[in-house]
Design a protein around this ligand. Structure first.
Ligand code: HEC
Length: 221
C-alpha cells in the first residue's frame, strides 16, 4: 500500500470536477453535411456567397493567369517566365497527355480521337494563321476551350499551360524550319522530309516524297 502515490482529497476533488466538464464537447453544432430543416435547401453547410475569393486567389489581372494584356481581351505574345529546356520537356509531357489524343504528337490534327468519330477534326497548328497567333492565344484556348473543344483549365495548371504553349511554338518551328534557322557555321543534320498529301495518322505510314537538297531548300523559302 505504501508504494501507491499519495493523492490528497483536495487533488482528487479537482481532478473529478475538471473531468466532468463537457461544455466544449456538447456545444450545439452540425455534423458535416448533416440535414437541417432551418434552411429551405435543407443543407446545414451554407454555400459560399457568390463571388467569394479566397485570400491570395484573385488572379484576374495577371498575365500569368489570363494570357491577355491588362484588362483587355487581347492575347499577349510573350511568355510570363523564361523558357528553359525543363519547361519544354514539361510542355512535351503535358501536351502528349492532354492534347495529342486529338491534335496528334505533331500537332497536325490527325489524333486518334478525331479518327474515331469525334465530331470535328482540329485544324493543324502548322497553318499560317496559327503559326502567327500570339502565345497568349494558345493559353486562352487551353483555359477557355475553343468551339467544340472543351477547356483544360481543371486538368492543366497555369504553369503547365504555358509550358504546353512553349512546346506548341517549338512544334510549329520544327515543322517549318529552313536552313536559315540553324546557327551560323552549322548545318541542318538532315533535311525535313516532305510528305505526299496528308502525313499518316500513326496507324498509316506517311508516304515520303523523294527530293534533292536543292529543291527542299527552295520549297521552304
Ligand atoms: C477531345 C479532343 C481535343 C483535345 C484533347 C484537345 N483539343 Fe484542341 N481542338 C479540338 C478541336 C475539335 C478543335 C477545333 C474546334 C472547333 O473548330 O470547333 C480544336 C482546336 C484547337 C486550337 C485551334 C484554335 C483555332 O483558332 O483554330 C488550339 C490552339 C487547340 N485546340 C489547342 C489545344 C491544346 C493546347 C490542347 C491540350 C491542352 C488541346 N487543344 C486538346 C480538339 C481537342
Amino acid at each position: 500500500m505504501s508504494n501507491l502515490p499519495k493523492v490528497s482529497p483536495f487533488g482528487l476533488a479537482v481532478l473529478l470536477l475538471v473531468g466532468c466538464r463537457q461544455d466544449m464537447h456538447d456545444q450545439p453544432r452540425f455534423k458535416p453535411l448533416a440535414k437541417n430543416d432551418f434552411y429551405t435547401d435543407l443543407r446545414s453547410a451554407r454555400p459560399l456567397i457568390e463571388g467569394t475569393v479566397a485570400r491570395g486567389q484573385l488572379h484576374e489581372e495577371t498575365y500569368f493567369y489570363t494570357g491577355t494584356i491588362g484588362n483587355s481581351s487581347t492575347p499577349g505574345d510573350y511568355m510570363p517566365f523564361p523558357v528553359t529546356k525543363e519547361v519544354l520537356d514539361r510542355g512535351r509531357l503535358r501536351f502528349n497527355i492532354y492534347c495529342a489524343p486529338c491534335h496528334s504528337r505533331l500537332g497536325d490534327g490527325n489524333g486518334i480521337v478525331p479518327a474515331h468519330g469525334f465530331p470535328r477534326k482540329p485544324s493543324s497548328y502548322h497553318i499560317d494563321r496559327l503559326r502567327k497567333a500570339p502565345l497568349g492565344y494558345f493559353y486562352g484556348v487551353i483555359t477557355h476551350g475553343f468551339g467544340i473543344m472543351p477547356d483544360y483549365s481543371a486538368q492543366v495548371s497555369p504553369k503547365d499551360r504555358w509550358a504546353i504553349v512553349a512546346y506548341i511554338r517549338a512544334l510549329q518551328l520544327s515543322q517549318n524550319a529552313s536552313a536559315d534557322n540553324t546557327p551560323p557555321g552549322q548545318q541542318m543534320p538532315s533535311l525535313m522530309p516532305r510528305f505526299r498529301g496528308v502525313p499518316g495518322s500513326g496507324a498509316t505510314l506517311p508516304e515520303i516524297l523523294r527530293q534533292s537538297a536543292g529543291t527542299a531548300d527552295q520549297e521552304s523559302k
